[in-house]
Design a protein around this ligand. Sequence first.
Ligand code: GLN
Length: 308
Amino acid sequence: SPIPDYLDEVLEDLRSDTGGATAQYIPELAAADPDRLAAAITTTSGATYTAGDVGTEFSIQSISKPFAYAAALMDRGLEKVLSSVGVEPSGEAFNELSLEGGTHRPKNPMINAGAITTHSLLVGRGAAQASRVEHVLDLFSRLAGRTLRVDEEVCASELAEADRNLAIAHMLRTYGVLEDDPHDVVEGYTRQCSILVGVRDLSMMSATLATGGVQPVTGERVMTPEVARQVMAVMAAAGMYDAAGDWLTRVGIPAKSGVAGGMVGVLPDQVGIGTLSPRLDEHGNSRRGSEIFARLSRDMGMHLFAPG
Ligand code: GLN
């Protein structure tokens, strides 16, 4: 297959781009090696192609959001989840404090307000933090096809400076959107964000969405087609935060970024994609990661709305 050579070429072209910076608000992420660069593509039939630093592990961060949303949908059902978290693009930064007018729901599960609420829905009302974290760790492991773990140092580093997420959680609690203790939920959410992955894990996880819920290597049905559809649609609408519209038109691969520099993308019935490059642009999206996706879209015709 020519795909690995093509992926190597794309990474080589981007190696000299040193624009952007690692996430500065989480000390452990600020100190990450900014030159890491990797990509993986997994097809719906389970073949994986990789290039670059495939052995590098990094915290999943906001890429956990679509997959935790899948877990909440399976645990609580679509109706309950929709009553707490909307599906509209926010057009705002990922850590914005704003909520939907009237209902006070967070606008979508891809911004922090929505993801913190989504985490609180996991397992069941009043569930212990440990059981929620275990639950997402188990689901993410089944999606990746191997046992994943939490990086407690990254988690502690973020929790030491978590005022903004705590503010969001306290605000949600005043409106009754959050039914549990704000501190406990933010801690569990931050632990969920600290799960370690490599690009191959990310491409496997997103390929499982692409198949409609069946892990392409283990063959396990991890979620229903309805849940996979809901997750992919919300990623398309809001995965790239305030750049979501530009992204969907220009690149056309429903995607989700994380502040550690990872990205996932999915094309239904085709592929899951995972990338890593820790330097972020002004929206908090991986700069070279976004460029890898743009190249795939352009060179390989990977666009959701590409005819034929
Ligand atoms: N844990 C991070 C936060 O809550 C995740 C943000 C991100 O990856 N965009 O701020």
